[in-house]
Design a protein around this ligand. Structure first.
Ligand SMILES: *[C@@H]1O[C@H](CO)[C@@H](O)[C@H](O)[C@H]1NC(C)=O
Length: 442
């Protein structure tokens, strides 16, 4: 019994240790340290230098476990940093791949210069003119992409000048790095932030900005000044924030009430504290599969030798890329591709969705369609594959079946009878007239 309880206790201890080790596994991350090259004043294109650096993440400033490891030989010891992140944002599993994994999170760290913003919805944060002494320190901005696009993080860290012990002051995250949505659905673009409550900056308020970017075209979606609880004038229709969640939990997620095609693009969530700013970007794609229709409907009966034109119209889809093809399933159940037909150009509807059609010439004499079957239009789209089918009937088909032969014999007999009858009536009436003529002559 005592043995059992000892084993039990030991395994419990082991389990607890294991769980602890797993849950508190903040990563040691390789990161590119990128900065403008010093001593190269002027010039429009600022030259940058890129060096490997190492970030030891911990949640508690006093723990030193992670620091005991040796830095890899290709990393300059001056570029090894120790970052304390009490919110544990940087301890997400997607930033900590298993040892030896080929995939690594992407990370870039840059020197950061705190400064007031002039944006209308941010300026109130730095009303009191003189900048605090607190800003005189080493500031870094770090942006990280977790594995498999699970997470994007951007942080602002501060270290007492010339030390390498940084503290996270502001972190902004998104768990929706790449989102697909159907037309008309509500969309949530995730963005959350955490500001160190012990920093004097967080007492002065915050601001949030959402911007949209698509092929060089950008616009403000929404700007919010959290200090005075005011929204920017220009705003995208149907775009809102959860203001309660924003103030209570730092939930700055953008809600688009109804997805439209023009919403596809890049969204940037920017969170401002006085003098500091961090932002994460995410991609939204509105994906709507096409609806298909075939014309004429139903298909007319075809006779051998006839060419039947069939049209397939795909409409209401986005994005543009679409592949239309035709298939034929004969009476024998065999599926045969009939190619893509001749596709039309695309048109765009008022709601931004596209339509496109393809025309197929069904040549009953050369295409070996037998007695007919099922003609199908297949549309392959990012939103899914769609099909529409129509029955094709070829009558009087040249390779006759027994019924056809019987019918033909029947038709031939009827025709023969008809000809006989017509010629008989005609001939007999002709001879009657001749008889009358004869009588008159007499
Ligand atoms: C943020 O707010 C949105 C909208 O209310 C909600 O759907 C989402 O779950 C919230 N996110 C978090 C992490 O609480």
């Amino acid at each position: 019994m005592t043995n059992f309880s000892t084993i039990y206790k030991l395994s419990l201890v082991a389990a607890v240790c294991f769980i602890k080790a797993c849950s508190s596994s903040c990563p040691v991350m390789e990161c590119w340290f990128v900065q403008e090259k010093v001593g190269r004043g002027g010039g429009l294109t600022a030259a940058t230098s890129q060096e490997k650096s190492l970030l030891h993440i911990k949640t508690d400033a006093h723990s030193h476990s992670a620091g005991s490891q040796q830095a890899p030989s290709d990393i300059n010891p001056d570029r090894v940093y120790f970052i304390t992140d009490p919110a544990a944002t940087l301890c997400h599993s997607s930033l900590n791949p298993p040892r030896g994994s080929v995939q690594k999170p992407q990370c870039e760290i840059n020197p950061f210069l705190p400064q007031p913003s002039t944006l209308k919805w941010v300026a109130p944060l730095t009303d009191s003119a003189n900048s605090p002494k607190y800003l005189q320190a080493d500031w870094f901005s770090t942006s990280i992409q977790g594995l498999n696009k699970q997470l994007a993080i951007s942080t602002i860290t501060r270290a007492t000048t010339a030390t390498k012990e940084h503290n996270v002051i502001l972190s902004v995250t998104s768990k929706t790095v790449s989102v697909q949505a159907r037309l008309g659905e509500p969309v949530l673009l995730d963005c959350g932030f955490w500001a160190d409550p012990s920093t004097p900056l967080s007492d002065l308020g915050f601001a949030v900005e959402w911007r949209y970017q698509f092929r060089g075209d950008g616009r403000l979606v929404l700007g919010y000044d959290g200090k005075t609880d005011r929204l920017s004038d220009t705003q995208e229709e149907g775009a809102t924030l959860d203001y309660e969640g924003l103030h209570q939990k730092g939930n700055a997620s953008l809600i688009l009430q109804e997805a439209k095609v023009r919403h596809s693009g890049m969204y940037i969530c920017t969170v401002y504290l006085p003098y500091v700013v961090a932002q994460v970007a995410m991609e939204l794609e509105i994906v709507e599969p096409p609806s298909l229709s075939i014309h004429p409907s139903p298909l007319p009966l075809a006779v051998p030798g006839q060419i039947l034109t069939v049209q397939c119209e795909a409409s209401g889809f986005a994005p543009l890329s679409l592949e239309l093809t035709w298939e034929f399933k004969g009476a024998d159940g065999q599926l045969r591709p009939l190619g893509s037909g001749s596709a039309s150009g695309h048109r765009q509807a008022w709601d931004g969705t596209y339509s496109q059609s393809t025309r197929l010439e069904l040549d009953t004499s050369t295409m070996d369609l037998g007695r007919g079957g099922e003609v199908t239009c297949v549309a392959v789209h990012l939103g899914g594959t769609r099909r529409a089918s129509m029955n094709l009937n070829v009558i009087g088909f040249s390779g006759p079946s027994i019924e056809d032969s019987m019918a033909m014999v029947g038709v031939a007999l009827v025709l023969y009878g008809l000809i006989k009858f017509v010629s008989w009536t005609f001939c007999s009436s002709g001879s009657d007239k001749a008889d009358q003529q004869d009588k008159k002559d007499k």
